[in-house]
Design a protein around this ligand. Structure first.
Ligand code: NAD
Length: 496
């Protein structure tokens, strides 16, 4: 496997140890420590990033506090223009950002380009329109004495901490940072230590777009050092987090000390339901995309595929055949359909779920093994499908976060809704049917923050995204994310 890496990307990688961006300046960690970041397709060191810690976080928050004042004092139209300029720069650098993402995370370049870079651009463009739309209300008050005019204002919170995972580094950074900035806040982002590169490049582009230095700061480093220091910082007013449930709980505990507002997106175990009357070709394509996009490392992955008994065998046969045809490889190779898992740790975690499922009695229909040959140094797992999965099995309850599909059989609508909802999670769900009434009925009954009908994994900046139940609270994207980065002030004016 030899890939040609464009010069601009090689140059960026060579300076990556200066990955802390504070007050508009890139530098190393104050401690001088670094962390290796690997190319997951080869297992080789890609570059080194700065291992930031509490003192770097202090500097970043201090510079964010100052820059926020300047930003919030700009006219809404000026803020909107700067964000639109950044959207344009993200689009102009789509290929560079996508290449970095593929090298860092492993996903195929086509995905990095047409999902991550493309939606990130749309997200920046969408929120570029927000500053000039963010208004308040005239309040129909009835004062106890005299008369008054009252109105509400949506004001920024101050400093927002964005804690970003490794599965969609550019995209999730964008959908956390863009609404926060649009609402007049400053941001300190702590990307995952495994995939920090695109957040850093994005922050450089923000400077190029004319955002004030210090408005968007990046502190790379470990979660237990830089991340912990950031979420518990007394001058952080909000934490927006995507990642594991365990870390989400820890962030909530930290918010008891600084009273930061918290938005959590914690993953899921989403049900994708294929009824007997569905267009089976579309449903099978949707099921495959639902579980194999980004190697299954997707919080809303359709990892529980409920298939009606009448079409079960046919759906399984098509899934297995398609899974066998998926070609694994380096994400920069043109004929790669699926890349490696993000890290050795993640590969081992997923392999643990696979062997556990076999022990619990699920039938391994295809995959389940680490790829060998020239891929053996990378963190590749063959696309995996289990059949005969029962609701109580670990593989049907816990988030695997890998290319592992569990197929469950069902007989009727009430039963499948009850079983789909029998999860601690409630992030997303899919429904495949030609029956319009059933599509809406089931969509309304499913306990999930997003339900897709005859489609899967569709995201758009206009559609709020987030979870019911243990999948978290608060919403990314849409107007809700914008409002979630504001606080309401009521202004009363005495008219007497
Ligand atoms: P994680 O929750 O540990 O990491 C996510 C982010 O939180 C990273 O930036 C990390 O540095 C930071 N972090 C970790 N501990 C922190 C702390 N105490 N305070 C502040 N920030 C902290 O997730 P992980 O270990 O990378 O992955 C573990 C599992 O989490 C995965 O197998 C998967 O099931 C789940 N996960 C879910 C999502 C999602 O999109 N919902 C994303 C990544 C991982």
């Amino acid at each position: 496997m030899t890939q040609t890496v464009p010069d601009d990307v090689t140059q960026f990688l060579s300076g990556a140890s200066q990955s802390i961006l504070v007050g508009g300046q890139r530098r190393r960690a104050l401690s001088g420590r670094t962390l290796e970041t690997l190319d997951p397709a080869t297992g080789k060191v890609l570059t080194e990033i700065a291992a930031g810690a509490a003192e770097d976080v202090d500097a970043a928050v201090a510079s964010a506090v100052v820059a926020q004042q300047e930003w919030a004092a700009r006219k809404p139209s000026a803020r909107g223009r700067a964000l639109a300029d950044l959207a344009q720069l993200v689009e102009d650098h789509a290929e560079q950002l996508a290449t970095l993402e593929t090298l860092d995370n492993g996903k195929p370049l086509t995905e990095s380009l047409y999902v991550d870079s493309a939606i990130a651009t749309d997200v920046w463009r969408y929120y570029a329109g927000s500053p000039t739309r963010l208004g308040g209300d005239v309040l129909p008050v009835s004062p106890l004495v005299g008369d008054a005019f009252a109105y509400s204002r949506r004001e920024p919170l101050g400093v927002v901490a964005a804690i970003v995972p490794w599965n969609f580094p550019l995209l999730i950074s964008s959908w956390k940072i863009a609404p926060a900035l649009a609402a007049g806040n400053a941001v300190v982002v702590k990307p995952s230590e495994v995939t920090s590169l695109t957040a850093l490049r994005l922050a450089e582009l923000a400077l190029e777009a004319g955002l004030p230095p210090g408005l968007l700061n990046v502190v790379t480093g470990l979660g237990r050092e830089a991340g912990r220091a950031l979420v518990s910082h007394p001058q952080v007013d909000k934490v927006t987090f995507t990642g594991s449930t365990a870390t989400g709980r820890e962030i909530l505990r930290a918010s008891a000390t600084n009273l930061a507002k918290v938005t959590l997106e914690l993953g899921g175990k989403s049900a994708n339901i294929v009824f007997g009357d569905a267009d089976l070709s579309a449903a099978v394509d949707g099921a495959l995309a639902g579980i194999f996009l980004n190697q299954g490392q997707v919080c809303c992955a359709g990892s529980r595929l409920f298939v009606h008994r009448s079409v079960h065998d046919e759906v399984v046969a098509r899934l297995v055949e398609a899974a066998r045809g998926i070609s694994l490889g380096h994400g920069l190779d043109g004929d790669t359909d699926m890349g490696p898992l993000v890290s050795q740790v993640q590969l081992e975690r997923v392999q643990g779920f696979v062997s556990g499922a076999v022990e619990e009695g699920a039938h391994l229909a295809v995959g389940g093994v680490r790829a060998g040959g020239e891929l053996s140094d990378g963190f590749f797992l063959e696309p995996t499908v289990f059949t005969g999965v029962a609701d109580g099995m670990t593989i049907a309850q816990e988030e695997v976060f890998g290319p592992v599909l569990s197929v469950l059989v069902f007989d009727d609508e009430d039963e499948v809704v009850r079983r789909a909802n029998a999860s601690v999670y409630g992030l997303a769900a899919g429904v495949w049917t030609r029956d319009l009434a059933r599509a809406h009925r089931v969509a309304h009954r499913l306990q999930a923050g997003t339900v897709w009908v005859n489609m899967y994994n569709m995201l758009d900046p206009a559609a709020p995204f987030g979870g019911f139940k243990d999948s978290g609270y608060g919403r990314d994207l849409g107007e809700e994310a914008l409002l979630g980065n504001t606080q309401t002030k009521s202004v009363w004016v005495n008219l007497d």
